[in-house]
Design a protein around this ligand. Structure first.
Ligand code: LMR
Length: 331
């Protein structure tokens, strides 16, 4: 009686330890979903992250990258992150409005003179604090990734703010961006990135605002005969995870992942500059879209039309954050 029981006990514990071993060895899977093409700053950043993780944490972490909104898109990706169906996203800072109003700062037109100023702000205390601004929603900001300055494209030449009157522009889901076009007497239509091309094709909108890399990767020059180089705002992303998931990763692995993210974030910054410069040159060489470069006086008119928004959104964003941002330009 005793012997068979002992044998059963032994084989059961053997099975349990095998199962525990198998479980301990199963890699942590990180699904990284995004809405743009692979050949963009964000697309390349996601691929580099996967590559470095596979080199340095082989067998411990596996990364699956889903570009072009093939897994989740603008409408559902953040809720998918919060419910841990996906573990990494890098949405534009204009897409977090349901979870914090503070990131609206980055949508304020003409607040930052250039991408270097944006980066300086992101490195300061106030900028870093914003990475934690959605903690109560289980959204954990890991890093800023930046694309480039946004340019206005349209089906007619835009030289002065009044030229935009009556046009409908596709925008990201941001109240500040809606107000920006309202200032011009234009209409703003909030649409997922993946629907932009169709909306320009079917005439729902006649204009858009994008950095050169997104204009090129979506071939918007086929639909937008004019691009005005306003650089009125920038397109920036936050690499985010689900707080519970991220903080549940064993410390050693999490530290390695965070070191990789730091490295990739720097690489994204470098790639963004190169890609935007390359795409601008290629689009102009292709000749389907005409570049409108503004004189200082014309640029001042755009600035004057849009700048009242700073004050309007100051209370929502926080006067301290806005003040900190206003100190980073080098003018
Ligand atoms: C957009 O919707 O225009 C951008 O946020 C797309 C992107 O992620 O670059």
């Amino acid at each position: 009686m005793f012997k068979p029981l002992l044998a059963l006990f032994c084989s059961l514990s053997l099975l349990a330890s095998h199962a525990a071993l198998a479980e301990a060895k199963a890699p942590i899977v990180i699904k990284f979903s995004h809405v743009v093409a692979q050949d963009t700053p964000k697309g390349q950043g996601a691929l580099l992250f996967k590559k470095l993780v596979e080199e340095r944490l082989a067998g411990e972490v596996a990364v699956e990258v889903y570009p072009n909104a093939t897994l989740f898109g603008d409408a559902d990706e953040l809720e998918a992150l919060r419910s841990n169906q996906v573990q990494l996203l890098a949405p534009s800072l204009s897409k977090f409005g349901a979870y914090t109003q503070q990131l609206q700062l980055f949508d304020l037109p003409f607040l930052f003179d250039d991408l270097a100023a944006v980066k300086r702000f992101q490195k300061r205390d106030k900028g870093r604090e914003l990475l934690r601004s959605m903690a109560q929603h289980n959204i954990y900001g890991l890093a800023y990734w930046n694309n480039g300055m946004k340019q206005l494209s349209a089906n007619r030449p835009l030289r002065l703010p009044a030229d935009a009157k009556g046009l409908a522009f596709r925008i990201q889901p941001s109240e500040v961006l809606a107000a920006q076009f309202d200032q011009l007497g234009a209409q703003a239509v909030k649409l997922p990135f993946a629907d932009t091309v169709a909306a320009l094709q079917n005439g729902t909108v006649q204009g858009a605002e994008n950095p050169w890399s997104n204009i090129a990767s979506q071939q918007l020059d086929r639909l937008q005969p004019f691009v005005t180089e306003t650089a009125h705002g920038s397109l920036n992303y936050m690499l985010v995870s689900n707080s519970t998931f991220w903080n549940g990763i064993p410390f050693r692995i999490r530290s390695e992942l965070e070191a990789i993210i730091e490295e990739v974030s720097l690489a994204v910054g470098r790639a963004a500059e190169q890609l935007n410069r390359r795409d601008r040159a290629q689009l102009l060489a292709a000749g389907r879209t005409q570049l409108i470069e503004l004189t200082p006086a014309e640029l001042a008119a755009w600035r004057q039309a849009m700048q009242p928004l700073w004050q309007r959104y100051e209370a929502q964003i926080g006067a301290d954050v806005l003040r900190a941002a206003q100190t980073v330009n080098r003018r």
